[in-house]
Design a protein around this ligand. Structure first.
Ligand SMILES: Cc1cc2nc3c(=O)[nH]c(=O)nc-3n(C[C@H](O)[C@H](O)[C@H](O)COP(=O)(O)O)c2cc1C
Length: 346
């Protein structure tokens, strides 16, 4: 037996000494591991910074969404109509121009069309309600829109909310059924999930809300058995079942979609919201899943980025094991807390 094991055994003989040793060790490790925060800070600091010099498409499109979303919001605000949004309108035009200087922009691109469509609606609002009698921005917008167009209907804003007709279907019952039926599953059949179904699930999950609609999530689906094995070896919660899942989804968010330190939690919030939609959407196709934590050391995070070829600006939010559950699949009961423990009405 090694010296270390002998020492450990000797310490364990006295519960008092073992207790002191264990607590001291845990405290020291807690402090030593504070350096993991430095990794988060450095990764986010590098990524979360918008500047005119940055020409990466993902940053331009995030900034564009951030700016034109202010116009979208202004266009649906209740109350009297007034001139608003001069700065975001100018920023939107400048960003579209910057994007076009950087690369050939596909005019069918959803973000491009969203931005131009919103500018068009903003212009229409100003003209229809005669909000800019001093011509602060009308001509500027008109000149810009003369050379940037998109289909008027599909991308114009606002549109109307879809009201659910409760007489047609009991939506709350259906939602409750879906929520109750979704459970974390830790056994899977060999049957793969068709890629069209996965595409549909991602498409629906894209409807999740995100901060200023910046949609920072990127999903990687790992089907390759060797790659899956290597990836799962970096994760500590899949022992005994991870290898059975035909697919592993890697949910990531692009930290460069956020402009700075006050937004440091947003990648995780947006990634979490997307992930919830994703597992519910899977269940709506009767596909099972199990979220797999990404509570890893910086070294492991870097290794996974390298393995998957992920850009350093991408934060890994979680892995999700995906597949069909066999007909009879046991799941833990996992009861939920009492409502009083969770809900506080004041
Ligand atoms: C972010 C996150 C990480 C998780 N990580 C793991 C994991 O590594 N291994 C595992 O078996 N389950 C994991 N789970 C599943 C939880 O244990 C499970 O959601 C919880 O016990 C509630 O059970 P239910 O999902 O069946 O309702 C994770 C869940 C979440 C949301």
């Amino acid at each position: 037996m090694s010296l270390k094991s002998n020492l450990k055994l000797a310490l364990q003989k006295s519960p008092l000494i073992w207790g002191v040793y264990y607590r001291t060790k845990t405290e020291i490790l807690r402090v030593v591991k504070l350096r993991y925060y430095l990794y988060d800070i450095s990764q986010n600091y590098k990524a979360m910074h918008w500047s005119v010099a940055k020409t990466k498409r993902s940053i331009i499109s995030a900034e564009l969404l951030f700016q034109y979303h202010k116009l979208e919001k202004g266009l649906v605000m209740p109350g009297p109509k007034r001139l608003f949004g001069l700065a975001p309108a100018r920023a939107t035009m400048a960003l579209i121009s910057k994007w076009q200087r950087t690369e050939i922009v596909d005019e069918k691109d959803a973000i491009y069309r969203g931005a131009v469509g919103t500018l068009q609606s903003y212009y229409d609002r100003i003209v229809d309600f005669k909000l800019d009698e001093n011509n602060v921005i009308t001509d500027e917008l008109s000149d810009f829109l003369a050379t940037h167009s998109c289909e008027r209907t599909a991308y114009n804003t606002p549109c109307q909310i879809m009201q659910l007709d409760a007489t047609e279907a009991n939506y709350s019952e259906q939602f409750s059924l879906l929520m109750n039926a979704r459970r974390s599953v830790r056994t899977f059949s060999d049957e793969p999930v068709a890629s069209d179904v996965i595409k549909n699930v991602v498409r629906i999950s894209q409807l999740s809300p995100s901060a200023c609609n910046r949609q920072p999530v990127k999903v990687t689906i790992v089907n390759d058995p060797e790659m899956k094995k290597k990836l799962l070896s970096h994760q500590n919660g899949n022992t005994g079942f991870g290898h059975l899942a035909p697919h592993i989804a890697v949910i990531t968010t692009d930290a460069s979609c956020f402009f700075g330190v006050t937004e440091r939690h947003e990648p995780y919030v947006d990634g979490g919201l997307f992930s919830m939609s994703f597992i519910l959407a899977l269940k709506s196709h009767n596909i099972s899943s199990c979220c797999l934590n990404w509570c890893v050391k910086p070294k492991t995070d870097k290794a996974a980025h390298k393995l998957l070829g992920l850009d350093p600006s991408l934060r890994i939010i979680m892995l999700i094991a995906i597949g069909y559950a066999p007909e009879k699949t046991p799941v833990p009961r996992s009861p939920r807390r009492d409502l009083d423990d969770v809900l506080n009405i004041i």
